[in-house]
Design a protein around this ligand. Structure first.
Ligand SMILES: *Cc1c(COP(=O)(O)O)cnc(C)c1O
Length: 355
């Protein structure tokens, strides 16, 4: 049976990327060796890293003065690298969910942290609007897409202090005005590559301003100087990321990714709103295009397990909601075809008819 992959992360990748990655594992570029067994400094791998950096810059229209890094440690490692490199005295954080909260908590190890606003009062189902960013903060940290709660900051906001964003789960889903940010980072396993590589876009002249000593591996300058090769980088995930970036470019770039995301989201949210048996959990104006959360309407709560079983029987994969929200979550990343969303919508319609 055909499977429709709504996994939250690691998650769907373009089929071509998986096939090309598999080829590279067997025989990389026809050199008679696997990409798994060549030096990261070899003449065969260096062009992969260079192309990945170049495509990042091209697709996101990154201005001069920024570096693109590929590191290990996941987005979670960035929760500590950000304050290590940028927090001198005080930082401001917007608390929009589990990941935002983890980032905020970690920063507390490095200085004063101001939580400018939180949506915890309503299970992080909305993005706080009327908050004040302290002008004496070293930076303001946001999580643009809240993977678990299905909310998203879909515009590049204005900040009076350097803006830093975790874009793990919505990078390359829309054009971004990178010039508004001092740093953008994320784990690649949501929309870009298999797990194991973390991307960081950082403004070079914002570094070197904190008074503390930074451990070598946690200092962005180390990795800028080393061209992401200070130590052995995650070679295979970088290769897959580069292939995904090629795929994005060949498919019309981030503007087209955004159009497709809107098309998928309109179809699924439309059905969630129309169908009497379901309801969305996120505030309508803050709905994520990437992670679409919904639950059974109150009068049908007891049918949740039935719908899940029905959807699974029709090939849906990974639609169970995160335990802190319950219900269902359909992650609709770049590689997810509209056909998959249509299949889920058909399930919802048929389930309504049968009950
Ligand atoms: C998944 C996720 C993380 C955690 O990423 P790791 O690479 O597993 O550390 C952080 N932030 C957001 C928004 C995420 O979706």
């Amino acid at each position: 049976m055909k499977k429709f992959n709504f996994n939250a992360g690691p998650s769907i990748l373009p089929r071509e990327v998986i096939e090309e990655t598999a080829k590279g594992v067997l025989d990389f570029n026809g050199i008679g060796l696997s990409i798994l067994e060549i030096s990261h400094r070899s003449k065969d791998f260096q062009p992969v890293l260079d192309e990945a950096v170049a495509l990042f810059k091209e697709l996101l229209n990154i201005p001069e003065g920024y570096s693109v890094l590929f590191l290990g440690g996941g987005a979670s490692m960035q929760f500590c690298m950000i304050p290590y490199n940028f927090l001198d005295k005080k930082a401001a954080y917007l608390n929009t969910g589990t990941w935002a909260n983890k980032a905020l908590k970690e920063a507390k190890n490095f200085g004063e942290v101001v939580e400018v606003a939180s949506s915890k009062d309503k299970t992080f189902s909305y993005i706080p609007k009327d908050f004040v960013i302290p002008t004496d903060a070293d930076y303001f940290h946001i999580t643009t897409n809240n993977t678990i709660y299905g909310t998203e900051i879909r515009k590049d906001i204005d900040s009076p202090v350097p803006l830093i964003a975790d874009m793990s789960s919505d990078i390359f889903s829309r054009p971004v005005d990178v010039s508004k940010y001092t740093c953008i980072y994320g784990g690649a396993q949501k929309n870009l590559a298999p797990s194991g590589v973390t991307f960081v876009i950082v403004k070079d002249d914002a570094l070197g301003k904190v008074s503390r000593t930074i451990p070598t591996m946690l200092d962005y300058r180390t990795h800028i100087e080393g061209g992401s090769m200070f130590n052995t980088p995650p070679v295979l995930p970088i290769y897959s990321a580069m292939l995904t970036l090629r795929w994005i470019k060949a498919n019309g770039g981030v503007t087209e990714m955004q159009r497709r995301a809107l098309e998928r989201a309109e179809l699924l949210y439309g059905e969630i709103d129309r169908n009497r048996m379901f309801k969305g959990t996120a505030a309508v104006e803050d709905r994520s295009l990437m992670n679409i959360d919904f639950v059974m309407a109150d009068e049908y709560k007891e049918l949740e397990a039935d719908f899940m079983a029905y959807a699974v029987s029709k090939g849906m994969v990974g639609i169970k909601g995160h335990r802190s929200v319950g219900g269902f979550r359909a992650s609709c990343y770049n590689a997810l075809p509209l056909e998959a969303v249509q299949a889920l919508v058909d399930c919802m319609k048929e389930f309504e008819k049968n009950n």
